[in-house]
Design a protein around this ligand. Structure first.
Ligand code: GLA
Length: 389
């Protein structure tokens, strides 16, 4: 479903559930990170793009005061949030992404309006495409629409990130919420996570496409591995004697090697290399130097697999298949994307080979893992929008 169809769909669901038309419709996209993985919480660079998959909400003012009712139109499940008092964690689990953002608005001194809301999402859940950030940024955008007060998009991304930290228990960086709030159609976003400066990188060469390959192995970042990686990076920075790994050079890392455990050394090696790869890849994209960008993507995957250890068998299988198809078959590069431990790969491919590559990856992946992959292409989409209201 494209955004127009999705918008009509959620309006119809709202009408069916609440018996009237919605007053507001808002959406926020998921993202795919082209390169720059596990660099955001190290003050490094990331290069994501918003994808044509969205969390979408339709809403109207509610009769019952002090309550926000949320109807999940896909899973046919409802949540009620008491907004007359400070919003806290609650049930069902998915409502916490929304609750966290509502709490953030309260902390900014906003009196929350009573609302009836219907929502759904076309961002695969737990697929490494930021379904949670899309839901958080969508909620924040709804609050802007319903209160008539817009907030600076960077503030909005930070508010959504805080919700993820405090209500979902994932100490994530800033990338996902940032791209969902600030994405631009036709562009990747090179984000400096230290200064929060963004540079739009046009991605409009019709001869290439980005394919997203979902292994359909769900990832779970709340399980503690993500937080462990973050702590290991902080340890490395401390021992090397820099504020964050953004400031460390490969030379400094080698000099400190004797003082670092093997694991912490390898974590740092990934991060330091990945920050450099990301800056190079952005340059490569600007110059339409696709073979170079592809090689950087493969190198990123190898480091995430061997040094950072956040890949999994299925992600590695996808990358191996892509390497087998190779440049001659139309694949420039491929890597896991997002937090890892499952979820998706992203491949840079020749546009005229998309169909053949899709079929080949799907067939070989099924043979090797017994799992059906879901594969789709996306152009760089716009960030969060108020569609109606
Ligand atoms: C998750 C986090 C992001 C980022 C990536 C890894 O998506 O939410 O902040 O750290 O993992 O690059």
């Amino acid at each position: 479903m494209n955004l127009n169809e999705l918008s009509a769909h959620i309006a119809a669901e709202f009408q069916k559930h609440y018996g009237r038309a919605p007053r507001w419709i808002v959406a926020a996209p998921g993202r795919v990170n082209v390169i720059g993985e596990h660099t955001d919480y190290n003050d490094g660079f990331v290069l994501p793009m918003a994808i044509e998959r969205y969390a979408i909400m339709a809403a109207d003012a509610a009769a019952a005061p002090g309550e926000i009712s949320i109807y999940d139109a896909h899973f046919k499940e409802s949540a009620t949030v008491d907004v007359s008092a400070p919003v806290t964690k609650g049930q069902p689990k998915w409502s916490n992404y929304i609750r966290g953002v509502l709490a953030g608005f309260q902390q900014r001194g906003v009196k929350l309006p009573a609302l009836d809301v219907a929502f759904m999402s076309t961002v695969p859940l737990g697929g490494g495409l930021s379904s949670s950030a899309a839901l958080e940024v969508c909620t924040a955008t709804l609050m802007e629409a319903a209160t008539g007060k817009t907030i600076d998009p960077i503030e909005k991304a930070l508010l959504a990130q805080k919700a993820e930290h405090e209500f979902a228990g994932v100490p994530c960086g800033i990338m996902d919420q940032f791209i969902s709030a600030l994405g631009r159609e036709g562009h990747l976003l090179l984000l400096d996570c230290r200064t929060r400066k963004t540079v739009l990188v046009p991605m409009s060469d019709p001869s290439v496409a980005l394919l997203i390959i979902n292994t359909n192995v769900k990832h779970e970042l709340g399980s503690g591995e993500y937080a462990k990686r973050r702590a290991e990076c902080e340890e490395a920075a401390k021992i090397i004697g820099v504020k964050s790994l953004r400031d460390a050079t490969p030379d400094q890392l080698e000099k400190a090697k004797g003082k670092l455990s093997d694991v912490v050394y390898r974590r740092a090696r990934h991060v330091i290399g990945e920050i450099e790869r990301t800056v190079h890849a952005a340059e490569g994209i600007r110059q339409s130097n696709w073979p170079t960008v592809g090689q950087l993507m493969y190198a990123s995957h190898a480091a995430l697999r061997d040094d950072y250890e956040v890949s999994c068998k299925e992600l590695d299988v996808v990358v191996e298949i892509a390497e087998d198809i190779g440049y001659r078959g139309g694949v420039y590069g491929c890597r896991m994307t997002g937090g890892g431990f499952g979820g998706c790969c992203v491949a840079l491919v020749k546009a005229d080979a998309v169909d053949a590559i899709t079929k080949k990856i799907a067939a070989d992946y099924k043979t090797k893992t017994g799992i059906e992959a879901t594969i789709f292409a996306s152009r760089p989409a716009a960030g969060a929008t108020i569609i109606k209201g």
